[in-house]
Design a binder for this molecule. Structure first.
Ligand code: SF4
Length: 343
């Protein structure tokens, strides 16, 4: 977690809100984190926790007519939020690329996959010859494991399976060798066996390209397999940031305990009971005062009224680099996180 190198991505005090007919949705509220070269960082949380909005902000994809975005997102020294359209176009694809859950919606059904990979390359290599582009496209198809690329380069997205389509999307994302790949639930829409293949592919391409991966997922099994660091989000806030081993062995936030409680191999207390979270996430239009998690938190009484009145700040807990946004004392968080007092 601590790192002396400069981060490849620095998100600073990011706030994103959307004006709707029902009121202002506070999707992301004052989050900050750094990401370093070559690491895999997972962002976890329930639907509506703000993780996808945060990721979209890094690519400046949120609708500017309804979204209000504050803070800084530094990529290669450029603040994405205030950069010119031209600077952002330069960043997309070559510095930061993104893949999404549904590969079909990311592909144009009217163009061959070869043309779509080529188009992504030509944006950043406008002077490339036809021969060069053709060779790059074939090489990318081979790298992502599309069989018979010479034959399939002229086929359309509907002629491929879901897993193959996601491989094509990955080829498009990586064709300009970006430093950062943001993957938003990239395997959720795929069969279980294909999910593992796509994750393996991403991990092997990460080694080959040396890129950083920011993986957004709700699947803690995936987190355990690939992450180095983990950010846990709840109601637009970061509630815990920990090394993956620390998160699974001694999580330091009551919400993390609940999330892990849904996974049998991690969540059982000493009696073998699973720890679960009651209730549902709050509306982002009218968040509870104090800690947004307090209506669902069985430990809120342990820190008195502060839970209902004061929003806890993310702070260091213990000595392993874990950070938690909770009013409970370090001793209590560490003790419960290790499972010895989990009720
Ligand atoms: Fe629970 Fe209070 Fe900690 Fe929030 S601050 S997670 S309500 S104990």
């Amino acid at each position: 977690m601590s790192n002396t190198a400069a981060p490849v991505l620095s998100v600073q005090n990011l706030r994103v809100s959307f004006d709707t007919q029902d009121g202002t949705v506070r999707a992301v509220d004052d989050i900050s984190f750094d990401v370093y070269a070559g690491e895999t960082i997972c962002i976890v949380g329930e639907s509506g926790s703000g993780k996808s909005v945060m990721a979209g902000s890094i690519m400046r994809l949120n609708n500017s007519s309804t979204a209000t975005t504050e803070g800084k997102i530094l990529v290669n020294g450029i603040d994405v939020l205030t950069a010119s359209e031209e600077e952002v176009r330069g960043i997309r694809g070559s510095e930061v690329a993104m893949i999404f859950q549904d590969p079909m919606s990311a592909l144009n059904p009217y163009f061959t996959i070869g043309k779509q990979i080529a188009e992504a390359y030509v944006v950043h290599h406008p002077g490339a010859s036809k021969r060069e582009v053709h060779d790059v496209v074939l090489a990318m198809m081979i790298k992502v494991g599309i069989p018979s690329p010479e034959k399939r380069i002229d086929e359309y997205p509907h002629q491929f399976s879901g897993g193959m389509r996601q491989r094509i999307v990955i080829a498009i994302a990586l064709v300009n060798n970006p430093k950062i790949l943001i993957a938003d639930e990239p395997t959720t829409a795929l069969d279980v066996t294909v999910q593992a293949q796509i994750l393996d592919l991403m991990m092997s391409l990460q080694k080959e390209f040396g890129m950083t991966i920011i993986l957004i997922t709700h699947d803690l099994g995936v987190v355990a397999e690939v992450a180095q660091d983990v950010i846990v989000m709840y109601a637009g806030h970061i509630v815990e940031q920990s090394h993956v081993d620390a998160l699974f062995h001694s999580p330091t936030h009551p919400y993390s305990w609940g999330l892990l409680g849904s996974v049998a191999s991690y969540g059982a207390n000493k009696r073998g009971d699973l720890y679960t979270i009651s209730g549902s996430p709050p509306s982002l239009i009218s968040l509870p005062a104090g800690c947004a998690f307090h209506p669902r938190c069985v430990h809120s009484k342990g820190s008195g009224n502060a839970c209902m009145t004061v929003q806890p700040k993310l702070r260091d807990v213990g000595t392993d680099g874990s950070r938690s946004a909770c009013h409970l004392t370090d001793d209590v968080l560490i003790s419960i996180g290790r499972g010895s007092d989990r009720s």
